[in-house]
Write a new protein. Structure first.
Length: 200
């Protein structure tokens, strides 16, 4: 009987206890959404990168293998990263006349190279392969960008930049994640949509 009474008392207290924790759960969700919107981390490792993003990869060139420390996608810690980037929007605009001129002159090699710069440089692409967050070998996150669209909606249209020459720093704002943070104050959660692939 005493056991049943103790269980009944615990059940009676469970409801108010859950209600008492609700504000903390709300603040935790707001904090996670805030961290999703901003990426700030430093890296050390072979390679070089210079990247400026304003939605598109306005200028980006990279081949980097690094260990990184900082935040991204709501996570914080250390991880390994492979980064390949190409996108040179200003120069790609100049590549079109070179491609047409090389075609007219019969210089096929130059024409092909200039066309690659003109087409792919105009929209840019990036491939990131991140592994072992905080030493967890099960962690794996890949991101492939084609123009402003990334693997997940939440990573798309980034604003920021990165510089790396053996050591480097990266800082980004993710506008769609910032919208999720702001609308979360009125109870709207965009996370399920932000986690989807734009191609789906």
């Amino acid at each position: 009987m005493r056991r049943l009474l103790a269980i009944a008392m615990l059940l009676a207290l469970a409801g108010p206890a859950r209600a008492a924790w609700a504000p903390l759960r709300y603040l935790e969700a707001r904090g996670r959404d805030f961290l999703d919107a901003f990426e700030l981390n430093a890296g050390v490792g072979p390679g070089a990168k210079l990247s400026v993003n304003y939605g598109l990869e306005f200028f980006g060139a990279a081949d980097v293998k690094s260990w990184r420390l900082g935040t991204f996608g709501g996570h914080a810690g250390t991880w390994r990263e492979l980064d390949t980037t190409f996108g040179i929007l200003p120069l790609s605009l100049l590549a079109w006349p070179v491609a047409y001129g090389a075609d007219a002159a019969g210089w096929r090699g130059l024409a092909g190279g200039a066309r690659f710069v003109a087409e792919d440089g105009s929209k840019g692409f990036e491939h990131l392969d991140r592994k072992e967050l905080n030493g967890d070998p099960a962690f794996l996150l890949k991101d492939t960008a084609d123009g402003p669209i990334h693997t997940r909606w939440g990573d798309s249209f980034p604003i920021g930049g990165e510089i790396h020459a053996g050591v480097g720093i990266r800082a980004f704002l993710r506008p769609l994640q910032l919208v999720d943070f702001l609308v979360g104050f009125v109870g709207i959660d965009l996370d399920p949509w932000l986690a989807t692939n734009p191609e789906q």
